[in-house]
Design a binder for this molecule. Structure first.
Ligand code: ADP
Length: 448
């Protein structure tokens, strides 16, 4: 590790890797510091995809979308609490982020849908594999190609300032490092695994499991606060509705499973919610069942559309039946009830008319082609909408809404974009849109 870099990027998830690549391509010398041994943060766990509107990929699929719809649906899904400046920039630049990825050989040519959107806007690899692993692997190829230094197992513990602007950082590994730099990008992710911050802002969630990697403890929040940054929406924590947690690890069962056609049933085998309502609303409906969770039910056609299910099955999370009756036996549900629910659902799909719960999306295929599958799920802590206040240039703001010179933040560490509920597929998009922006704005800042 050298004692000076143009910009220190803290965190190796989607936001950190993207801002490093962008900064390098503009001629800067960045370094990425990652506290965990493992690279990629929560980004590696992302499964659904990346939302963007007005893309050529959508047109290839004959889908005409608009920035306005992307904005409006995200705003409604976020309880109209989203920061309009960030949301506007985000919805109008996501298509450019898709182009940027494509320009780097990272192709998201397939489309799916997640809760809270009316049209297919969630871009994913045509292999139908989870997006996170693919993205991190592909971005790391550029980190290697450009020889951008990336150190893991090094935790940034302090931001150094002089007259209110950033001049360096301190980091700890086996020894302490002091690195001089003009700019820092906080790309440290959220605090979904941060018991201290959860205790402070949402103690009611402390008994829930989390889908997050153990390093998601919100370090960026305290680092930013130590230099005067303002925080926003810290009590807005997303609980993801469909997490398999009957084993020691909590596995998020991506929204694409529902987006491609799965339904949710309660312990009696009855549907109880529009499965593609927002995460907030689906979670509430599952909680209202009384704490025993629910089952995702789907067939082999739906399974083929989501590669991750192979993995879920491999680790023993999926129950299988050649018929609905056999599946019902496996999950202790009255076969007559489940059979009736599925038959009824298939009529709803045929008529595209869900009188029961008003579902309008993820109805391209019914549940009729055996074998049939069930996954037991329950809600778990997933994402922290709150965080450091930034403007659309990713500059971190202080309590007087003034820029803290040299400090930038991108990705989950920043608050405000998602309001009180993040739409699935917006997190990956956020890391690329604002990761690129951070790289560009650092460049402008250093140029002076
Ligand atoms: P995003 O999706 O916003 O890019 P991720 O969760 O994917 O966020 O990545 C954030 C990364 O930042 C994680 O790998 C996490 O371990 C790392 N990180 C968090 N705090 C620190 C810190 N103090 N020093 C170095 N790395 C950190």
């Amino acid at each position: 590790i050298k004692d000076h870099y143009d910009v220190v990027i803290i965190g190796s998830g989607g936001a950190g890797l993207t801002s490093a690549i962008q900064a390098y391509e503009l001629g800067l010398k960045p370094v990425i510091l990652e506290k965990m041994d493992k690279i990629g943060g929560n980004t590696t766990r992302a499964s659904s995809g990346m939302n963007a509107a007005e893309t050529s990929i959508q047109l290839d699929h004959k889908i005409v979308d608009s920035f306005e719809d992307f904005y409006d649906e995200t705003f409604v899904g976020g309880g109209k609490k989203n920061n309009p400046e960030l949301l506007k920039f985000f919805t109008e630049h996501s298509v450019l982020a898709i182009d940027w990825l494509s320009h780097h050989g990272i192709k998201l040519d397939d489309l799916t849908i997640t809760g809270g959107m009316k049209t297919m806007r969630t871009h994913r690899p045509s292999s139908l594999a989870p997006i996170g692993g693919y993205l991190v692997t592909e971005l790391l190829k550029y980190i290697a190609k450009y020889r951008i230094p990336l150190f893991s197992g090094i935790k940034v513990s302090e931001l150094l300032t002089e007259k209110g602007h950033i001049i360096g950082i301190k980091a700890d590994a086996q020894k302490e490092y002091v690195i001089k730099t003009k700019a820092v990008v906080l790309a440290t992710g959220g605090f979904g695994a941060g018991k201290d911050l959860l205790a402070k802002y949402r103690s009611d969630l402390l008994n829930l499991r989390t889908t997050n990697q153990p390093g998601a403890t919100g370090d960026g929040i305290s680092l930013a606060q130590s230099v005067g940054a303002k925080l926003v929406d810290m009590d807005q924590v997303q609980v993801h509705p469909t997490v398999q947690q009957d084993t020691p690890h909590a596995f998020l069962i991506g929204e694409a499973v529902r987006g491609e056609g799965a339904i949710l049933v309660n312990n009696s085998g009855l549907r109880f919610v529009n499965e593609l309502d927002t995460r907030k609303n689906v979670t509430k409906a599952i909680d209202d069942l009384g704490g025993t969770g629910a089952y995702l039910i789907f067939d082999s056609n739906i399974r083929k559309r989501v590669k991750a299910i192979e993995f879920y099955d491999h680790v023993g999370l999926v129950e299988t039946g050649q018929t609905i009756t056999e599946l019902s036996d496996r999950i202790n549900i009255d076969p007559k009830v489940l059979d009736n629910t599925v038959k009824n659902w298939n009529i709803i799909v045929r008529n595209h008319d869900d009188n029961d719960f008003g579902r309008t999306t993820g109805m391209e295929r019914d549940v009729s082609n055996g074998p049939f599958y069930a996954i037991h799920i329950a809600p778990a802590v997933h994402y922290t909408m709150g965080g450091v206040v930034i403007n659309h240039k990713t500059q971190v703001l202080n309590k007087d809404e003034q820029i803290i010179k040299g400090l930038f933040a991108a990705g989950e560490v920043a608050g405000g974009l998602h309001g009180n509920n993040r739409i699935g597929g917006n997190s990956i998009a956020e890391t690329i849109v604002f990761g690129r922006q951070a790289g560009q704005q650092v460049f402008k800042y250093i140029q002076g």
